[in-house]
Design a protein around this ligand. Sequence first.
Ligand SMILES: CC(C)(COP(=O)(O)OP(=O)(O)OC[C@H]1O[C@@H](n2cnc3c(N)ncnc32)[C@H](O)[C@@H]1OP(=O)(O)O)[C@@H](O)C(=O)NCCC(=O)NCCS
Length: 171
Amino acid sequence: MSLRLRTPRLTVRDYTAADLDDVAEILADPDVFWWVKEPFTRERARLWLAEEMGYMGRDGTGRRAVVLRQSRKVIGGAGLVWRELDSGREIELGYHLHHAYWGQGYATEAGRACLDYACRRGRRRVVSLIYIDNPRSEAVARRLGMSPESELVWAGLPHRLWAVELGGAQG
Ligand SMILES: CC(C)(COP(=O)(O)OP(=O)(O)OC[C@H]1O[C@@H](n2cnc3c(N)ncnc32)[C@H](O)[C@@H]1OP(=O)(O)O)[C@@H](O)C(=O)NCCC(=O)NCCS
């Protein structure tokens, strides 16, 4: 399912193949996907982008491009993904930004748009899996109203499960 969310400064929209230059630039920075040890070559970025484009759930899940409305540059990604966790089947909010765009509230703005969308879809709860030493991501989660609930090992690393209950009007 195609999705386009607009915020004051951003558009959160489906990835397209034309996003490869911007995506490759973002992924080439080892601080962004810091948990991936092998360098993100352009070819790996192309495969990554193809995978993201291939997962667009009919219920609006899937990760999307975060685009600056002013310049139309892709500055990161955000979206909702189903996860099978001990707490049950949960929807996870994820986000990342090009390093040059940290510190300006863009991740919070994109994350809020995703949560508002989840709420409009009738979701009651959204979680985030955050590595225990990722204070910037925790700060985004906190600004989005999330609270830490439990600790777990995810992708072989210690994480905290953050969660927020949503208003959940059906629609
Ligand atoms: C996680 C990540 C997206 C957070 O980025 P970020 O820039 O810290 O978060 P935001 O874009 O919400 O910006 C928040 C900062 O902008 C400031 N800000 C400025 N204008 C703002 C606004 N309108 N609204 C909110 N914050 C604003 C905040 O005060 C905060 O400042 P600080 O960095 O001095 O604390 C980024 O660190 C990243 O991409 N990390 C690598 C990937 C990753 O770890 N993803 C999460 C996996 S769980």
